[in-house]
Unconditional design. Structure first.
Length: 461
């Protein structure tokens, strides 16, 4: 970050920020308030352009937490615990608290986050704003299912309670609301009581897409399930991959050695990718090799796995996003309905495999039912597929073509990963958007809360 300049009472820095995909990179004015009064000042104070957007740990892939207009409010210093009830596992914390902190401090007491995405380096505020989902979506739903209430700082300086009983419109619109209604100051969430921090896990190697979807469909009663597809396989082998499934391990499930420390947490991974690899490093041969390695890791996964390996295999290498080189990458995640889902997934996978865009990491999963009270939450009952693409010539065209097909199939794209979707396609994908816009007009009539994503998709000005 460049030198801080004090404008009024708020210290501002200029920094080039991006999401996890490092695309786009945007020059931003950034404030990093340490207290709620300082946050309120940073929203209220005349800093030139009135627009503001909250940012957590920047783990969204695209442009929801960057803004080339106004000020980005880095909320990571607002990370205090405010209350914890061990009888119910209910935690109240500031919104910059991370799942990594919660694991470190509460796993040894027998509590895990109820809902977690595939990285622990996310803030509670970010989890609400994207209504994140995990491997157990079909059983547990999204982050909204473990959130009891939160407080939101509005553009006019008021801090409102939001829960299903109080300002319920603000509460439900904030899940998937991408920080565009106000800044979540603190939240009350439920943690899950566990006997151990380990999981029972099985991996099933499947030869093609039908076998993969059969396996996912047949194991809907298993709480955690996700599949990894070899995105380069074509023809009869299209959709070949590994389905992994699991559930919380009880004390009795653990081998004797682990029974001595059933609530073990892990130390930070020492592995960090130190610099960006040149784009050329990620050619098709590398991708094939990496896919093969992942395949082996998954297949040989131990029957008992620590949460670190079970939930967060990608966190093992810090800053792995640098591997995609200076142009960055995007993750394309869509969901299509169960009806016609097999044929549709087959078509989309075939298009991706034939695209020559060297897709890499990917997961396929079956989502459970959506929560109808939420307005912009992404998941609904169907098959979801997420796949990384390095940013290269031709990618914009490929994604636009995929967007059009996903829309025609009755599907939608996840904003938490997106940097490319066009406004008209987005508007057609999210049927409760008008209701969300009415909530935006009520609580943020001057569209103070605005990001690059908000302006790209017409969610803010
Ligand atoms: C390796 C990896 C795996 C992932 N796996 C999954 C997955 O399995 N499922 C899933 O759903 N997602 C997944 N994600 C995406 C990630 O969980 C979400 O993007 C999450 O929202 C990021 O949180 P963050 O704190 O980094 O927020 P940021 O990326 O910094 O911000 C995300 C949004 O939250 C808003 N926001 C942040 N703080 C606040 C606040 N205090 N008040 C109001 N708005 C706020 C921002 O304005 C922005 O719109 C993954 C990401 C990575 C890098």
């Amino acid at each position: 970050m460049a030198e801080a300049a004090k404008v009024g009472r708020t210290a501002l820095k200029t920094a080039t920020l991006a999401g996890w995909g490092n695309h786009p990179r945007v020059e931003c004015a950034v404030a990093r308030p340490e207290t709620v009064p300082a946050l309120r000042t940073a929203v209220d104070e005349d800093l030139g352009d009135p627009r503001r957007i909250a940012r957590g740990l920047g783990r969204s892939y695209g442009d929801p937490a960057v803004s080339d207009a106004g000020v980005v409010l880095d909320c990571t210093r607002l990370d205090r615990y405010l209350d914890f009830d061990p009888a119910t596992g209910t935690l109240t914390c500031e919104a910059g608290t991370t799942l990594e902190m919660i694991l470190r401090d509460f796993a040894p007491r027998g509590f895990l986050p109820m809902i977690t995405p595939g990285t622990k380096f996310v803030t509670v505020g970010g989890c609400i704003a994207n209504d994140v989902h995990g491997k157990a979506h079909h059983v547990d739903g999204c982050f909204s299912r473990c959130t009891e209430s939160f407080r939101v700082l509005l553009a006019d300086g008021r801090i409102l309670n939001a829960s299903p009983d109080e300002n319920a419109d603000l509460f439900w619109a904030s899940f998937g609301g991408m920080g565009l209604l106000g800044v979540i100051v603190d939240a009350t969430i439920r943690l899950r009581r566990v006997e151990t921090t380990f999981f029972r896990q099985t991996a099933l190697s499947v030869p093609n897409l039908d076998a993969m979807l059969d396996a996912l469909d047949a194991h809907q009663d298993v709480p955690y399930s996700v599949a990894w597809v070899d995105a380069l396989a074509t023809g009869a082998a299209l959709g070949r991959g590994v389905v992994t499934m699991g559930d919380h391990a009880t004390l009795a499930d653990l081998p004797e050695r682990q029974q001595a420390a059933p609530l073990a947490i892990s130390s930070p991974s020492p592995l960090v990718l130190p610099f960006e690899l040149p784009s050329a490093a990620l050619n098709t041969a590398t991708v094939r090799l990496l896919n093969l390695v992942l395949d082996q890791v998954q297949k040989r996964g131990a029957a008992i796995a620590h949460y670190e390996k079970f939930f967060y295999p990608l966190d093992f290498v810090g800053e792995w996003n640098r591997g995609y080189g200076p142009r960055g990458f995007t993750q394309y995640q869509f969901v299509v309905p169960l009806k016609g889902g097999r044929e549709n997934i087959r078509e989309l996978l075939s298009t991706i495999a034939a695209s020559g865009q060297s897709p890499f990491l990917n997961v396929l999963k079956r989502f459970g039912a959506e929560r109808p009270e939420t307005l912009l939450s992404f998941p609904f009952e169907g098959y979801t597929f997420a796949i990384d693409f390095p940013v290269r010539d031709g990618l914009t065209e490929l994604l636009a073509a995929l967007d059009a097909r996903v829309l025609a199939m009755g599907g939608r794209v996840y904003l938490g990963k997106d940097a490319f979707l066009q406004r008209d396609t987005f508007e057609a994908m999210y049927p409760r958007l008008d209701r969300w816009r009415a909530v935006k007009a009520k609580y943020d009539p001057d569209s103070v809360f605005s990001s690059n994503l908000g302006r790209r998709l017409g969610l803010s000005r």
